[in-house]
Write a protein that binds this ligand. Sequence first.
Ligand code: KIV
Ligand code: NA
Length: 297
Amino acid sequence: RKKVTLPTIMSLYRKNEPITVITAHDFPSAHVADQAGIDIVLVGDSLAMVALGMDDTSEVLMEEMLLHCRSVARGAKSAFIVCSPPSYLLLLPLTLYQQVGDLPMGTYEISPDQALQSAITMVKTGRVHGIKLEGGAEMAPTIRKITSAGIPVLAHVGLTPQRQNSLGGFRVQGKTTASAIKLLQDALAVQEAGAFAMVVEAVPAEIATLVTKKLRVPTIGIGAGNGCSGQVLVQVDMLGNFPPGRFLPKFVKKYGDVWGESSRAIQQYKEEVKSRAYPAVEHTYPMPQAELAEFKR
Ligand code: KIV
Ligand code: NA
């Protein structure tokens, strides 16, 4: 399929055609998303929880993100990977834009310089084309710094999970007039700072729609209704690749039952090994009878 470029994304936005975004954390999850024709693959730091079994995203290290970013870059085949700084500075605005990596907590908050260093590392070592960082108006100088170095930034406003402790947990944002006004100010600030788009997470649908209408860059909603310019979901969540009984945010739609199917298949395998039903004749290599007879002598 045709490579997705930053202009492709902006053209979808202008045509009011929803932009599809999904997370991936390794080669197979990136490959399947790429083959399904998803516009943007996000190496979200949610991999801390869904792939590494951590309690929250604040634990994941830059090295861990980089390892996973590189596997994703190998899986998303229609992606054009730019590797040397001079050429990527020249090429990025014109070429494909497909993988976005999340800067992990603690790698960008201290200063715009620290953030730019982390973003460069993600692009060079992680082989992603853009980076995502959480925060509103207070992150504007950082976003300006990174975008002025030629690295596209996907901002993230509303509920910002890396700050769940100061937000008092995973709570809906923008539910009061005051917090809706703050959301709009944050969205305008990150747009002015040069973000090419922004994730809007866990916000009442009406507010997300109004904010989207006031912007000239796309909003990518998650728990923000269908009035956004695009949608993102965590792949493991939408595939249903988790055990029964696990908490799921209200906005997640389970499009599959990957856990159920994996569990069924593995149990059947286990039983067939125990009963010697597997491997059957068709799974074995035949030996010429004459050779066998000779061997047995
Ligand atoms: O880390 C992540 O997967 C994300 C998306 C859910 C937006 O930030
Ligand atoms: Na994230």
